[in-house]
Design a protein around this ligand. Structure first.
Ligand code: KDG
Ligand code: MG
Length: 402
């Protein structure tokens, strides 16, 4: 069996996506996601110029060998561009193998460990009242877990507050827009949001919050401690994790569960966090961390320390990643939760898929492979549109973490 062709498809049905389609001499094809928000065309070039030529003629069944070939063989390891390209190839190859086997992907991974996958939605509002209302709308839709973000008085466009209350799309302009940050104001305001949420909806629902790397370790520890009375499911990305040791300080001061990893590329980004039990949830996902082949390794290491998974699932991760993540979530023994930001209708139309939402859970389909396809004719109707993530600045103009 041989790979005969690999095609990179760029489309913008509501937002940009980069998709890899690998075709074989046996008529079976596989689909992978390679989207890197705000830096899409770098991955397109990496794939078209440096990966696709090396794939033609290879046996697509040798998933592990091809992964190692692209990772070790390039000499230049790791990094978001490299690992997204590898992830796209890996997803497509698992898709091909599962289609050949006539199995849904979760069966090939080892079979289901659960019937359905608990997801969390992203509720936001310009102020506390709007966010409380948005959380209520998620509860009405059946969600058991909701991440709550709110506008903060005196901060221009705080993270997580988008157009409308149930939809969030951070890549919003042809050049990066500028948002603000002020930790003092955030520390004053965020606990009030969770106080109101618990007062309104009680303690039966899981509540989450994303700090989006804005706090220093000491500030994050302070926030974690102030949020303890509200029993969060997790506090996400409370401080940057390039220095994995930073989480020790946060950990020492709060029992609020900690989650991190949406920008991690490999197991090396998480090794110290996991081995020292500095986090409770690892948020790496299929497209970010080198595909299913590598994500499995991260999850297995985490399982030794009772750390559970919580895959990133924002709108910039295409339905292809969501499909793969759901097969992974259905199988992985140490599953925690899955993020689920709904895609625009145009996105769903370009990527026909067999997963479905039911009462706060996503359920992956039974069709062979990962269950997500691409309608190429429809995709061609939505040309690429440059869109950047914003940057954040402090009041004095200093660039801050985003
Ligand atoms: O591309 C960046 C987004 O995926 C990110 O800002 C969303 O933090 C995010 C999340 O947790 O979904
Ligand atoms: Mg996040």
């Amino acid at each position: 069996m041989k790979i005969t062709r690999a095609k990179v498809i760029v489309t913008c049905p509501g937002r940009n996506f980069v998709t890899l389609k690998i075709e074989t001499d046996q008529g079976v094809y596989g689909i992978g996601d390679a989207t890197l928000n705000g830096r899409e065309l770098a991955v397109v070039s990496y794939l078209e110029d440096h990966v696709v030529p090396c794939l033609i003629g290879r046996d697509p069944r040798r998933i592990e060998d091809i992964w190692q070939y692209l990772y070790r063989g390039a000499y230049w390891r790791r990094g978001p561009v490299t690992m997204r390209a590898i992830a796209a190839v890996d997803m497509a190859l698992w898709d091909i193998k599962a289609k050949m086997a006539g199995m849904p992907l979760y069966d090939l991974l080892g079979g289901k460990s659960r019937d359905r996958v608990m997801v969390y939605g992203h509720a936001n509002g310009r102020d506390i009242a709007e966010t409380v209302d948005a959380v209520g709308q998620y509860i009405d839709m059946g969600y058991k877990a909701i991440r709550a973000q709110t506008g903060i008085p005196g901060i221009k466009d705080a993270y997580g507050v988008g157009r409308g209350t149930l939809f969030y799309e951070p890549a919003d302009a042809a050049l990066p827009s500028e948002t603000g940050w002020d930790t003092r104001k955030a520390l004053n305001h965020i606990p009030k949001l969770f106080d109101k949420l618990r007062e309104t909806y009680g303690f039966d629902y899981h509540l989450l919050h994303d700090g989006h790397h804005r706090y220093t370790p000491q500030e994050a520890a302070n926030l974690g401690r102030m949020l303890e009375p509200y029993q969060l499911f997790w506090l996400e990305d409370c401080t940057p994790a390039e220095n994995q040791e930073a989480f020790r300080l946060v950990r020492q001061h709060t029992v609020t569960p900690l989650a991190v990893g949406e920008i991690f590329n490999t197991i090396w980004d998480a090794k110290d966090l996991i081995e020292n039990q500095l986090i409770d949830y690892i948020r790496a996902t299929v497209v970010g961390a080198g595909g299913l082949t590598h994500l499995r390794r991260i999850a297995d290491l985490a399982s030794l320390y009772q750390i559970r998974t919580g895959c990133h699932g924002a709108t910039d991760l295409s339905p292809v990643t969501m499909g793969c993540a759901l097969h992974f979530d259905s199988w992985v023994p140490n599953f925690g939760i899955q993020e689920y930001m709904r895609h625009a209708e145009e996105t769903d139309a370009v990527f026909p898929h067999d997963y479905r939402f039911d009462d706060g859970y996503l359920i992956c389909g039974e069709s062979p492979g990962h269950g997500v396809d691409i309608d190429e004719a429809l995709a061609a109707k939505y040309p690429y549109k440059p869109a950047y993530l914003p940057v954040a600045r402090l009041n004095d103009g200093t660039i801050w973490n985003w």
